[in-house]
Design a protein around this ligand. Structure first.
Ligand code: CA
Length: 439
């Protein structure tokens, strides 16, 4: 488990001035990793670390060979167009690199003059997905989401009996995961027949939705047949990003039984460009709580460290723009906000449960947390919940209504960690836009 160290000192200031502005989200205490290149350029995508409104080119920094030991090995893994090599190295290497980056970017660093030419404006770069994602698994860890969705289908029995014992998940598809800014055509598919025995309808999805989630990037992983003990689980987690699991509700309702989501979920998934390490999130750890009346996790899903500090205080929000709102220059409409700490299962539990049968996890694998809805009104992480499956349309500030997403709608997910006396740590933004269906 990551402990607090000198990189978390809230008093640290960077020689990159914008990193010291209150609330900028990318202070020297954050240092998230991503893959970037100059916007519209033909240059190679390469790893970078965000600092204020800049990104530091880690591939170019590797050429300078400024360090020795574990940090040098970690930096050498950044001579790549993806972060998989760095993810594979593990916690000691990640911590060593973070420490050297923190020292190099601090006010007074002897490396300032050598690093300055390696900085790019963040608004002048474009991103690729941070890793080659071999496998993608989506979980369902908000009991509030599971209960409110379950109520729509089973009013008397919203939560299935396995929910409080097993972190429920399904294997998703990695091939259509894109980085923030992703656009995709409205999916086509089959929807439920109007009457039993009739043929299903075929056409563009009519109930297109988003899901507010976090993504978890896996580090070293395990050999097939082995399992990751919960005490070791976080050593296999590189960091977190924001994830939008776009969902076609009408396709889902017709296809999901008996084997679960299929084409309703795999036409597009969008992630934020920056991966914030668990080490950077250490100041925002919280106890992992279970209501006393609920079953406590089985021993293999429980550890003292998980109970003491297995949850994270990450504030999440959903915003929407439409073709009309953009034409009018209106501010994005805030649809909801919630917090990751209200999840029913922790990151450690997901890693441990996923491998308990001997399933292999590999560097760059991605977990989705599932829709992170909170307990209260205004904390719904999908339109399915916000509009009661389309029955209570939202009225947007500029007068339009929405039951589900319409063509050219843009969904923006944001996440950040903040508390008094500590700089705000941003996970950035995850935006995506729905295009009309292909004929
Ligand atoms: Ca999902």
């Amino acid at each position: 488990m990551s402990q607090l160290n000198e990189t978390h000192d809230p008093a640290l200031q960077s020689w990159v001035g914008s990193a010291n502005l209150p609330g900028n989200g990318f202070p020297i205490q954050n240092l998230p990793y991503g893959i970037f290149r100059e916007k519209g350029g033909s240059g190679a995508f390469r790893p970078g670390v965000a600092i204020g409104d800049k990104v530091l080119d880690l591939a170019a920094l590797a050429d300078l060979q400024p360090w020795t030991g574990l940090a040098a090995e970690a930096l050498a893994a950044c001579r790549s167009d993806k972060l998989n090599g760095l993810m594979a190295l593990g916690q000691k290497h990640w911590s060593a690199l973070r420490l050297e980056l923190s020292r190099a970017l601090r006010e007074g660093s002897a490396l300032q003059s050598r690093l300055t030419p390696l900085l790019f404006d963040r608004n002048q770069v474009e991103h690729d997905v941070p890793a080659h994602i071999g496998d993608y698994t989506d979980f369902y860890i908000s009991v509030h989401h599971a209960t409110s969705v379950g109520k729509q289908f089973r009013p008397d029995n919203p939560l299935l009996p396995n929910y409080k014992w097993i972190p429920i998940g399904y294997h998703g598809r990695a091939s259509t995961i894109g980085v923030s800014g992703q656009t995709f055509p409205r999916p086509l598919g089959q929807t439920r027949p109007p009457a039993e025995g009739a043929a299903p309808h075929f056409g563009p999805c009519q109930r297109l939705d988003y899901e507010l989630e976090l993504g978890v990037f896996i580090g070293p992983g395990n050999a097939q047949g082995s399992r990751i003990d919960i005490a070791e689980a976080e050593a296999h987690v590189f960091g977190l990003c924001i994830l939008n699991d776009w969902s076609a509700r009408d396709l889902q309702a017709w296809e999901y039984q008996p084997l679960g989501p299929f084409l309703a979920k795999n036409f597009a998934s969008t992630i934020s460009p920056w991966v914030v390490t668990l080490e950077a999130l250490a100041p925002f750890r919280e106890p992992f709580r279970r209501p006393a009346e609920d079953p406590q996790p089985l021993p293999y899903l429980s550890s003292p460290a998980n109970t003491e500090a297995g949850a994270f205080n990450v504030q999440l929000e959903v915003l929407l723009t439409t073709e009309t709102s953009r034409q009018q220059g209106a501010e994005p409409a805030k649809l909801s906000s919630s917090n990751f700490r209200d999840a029913y299962w922790s990151i450690s539990q997901l890693v441990t449960h996923h491998t308990v049968n001997g399933c292999r996890l590999q560097p760059g694998d991605l977990f989705g947390t599932g829709t992170l809805s909170g307990p209260d009104q205004g904390e719904e992480g999908s339109l399915l919940e916000l509009t009661a499956n389309g029955q209570k349309p939202l009225t947007l500030p500029w007068g339009e209504q929405r039951s589900f997403l319409e063509d050219h709608d843009e969904v923006i997910l944001r996440a950040q960690c903040s508390k008094p006396g500590y700089p705000t740590i941003s996970l950035g933004e995850c935006a995506g836009t729905v295009l009309p269906a292909n004929a």
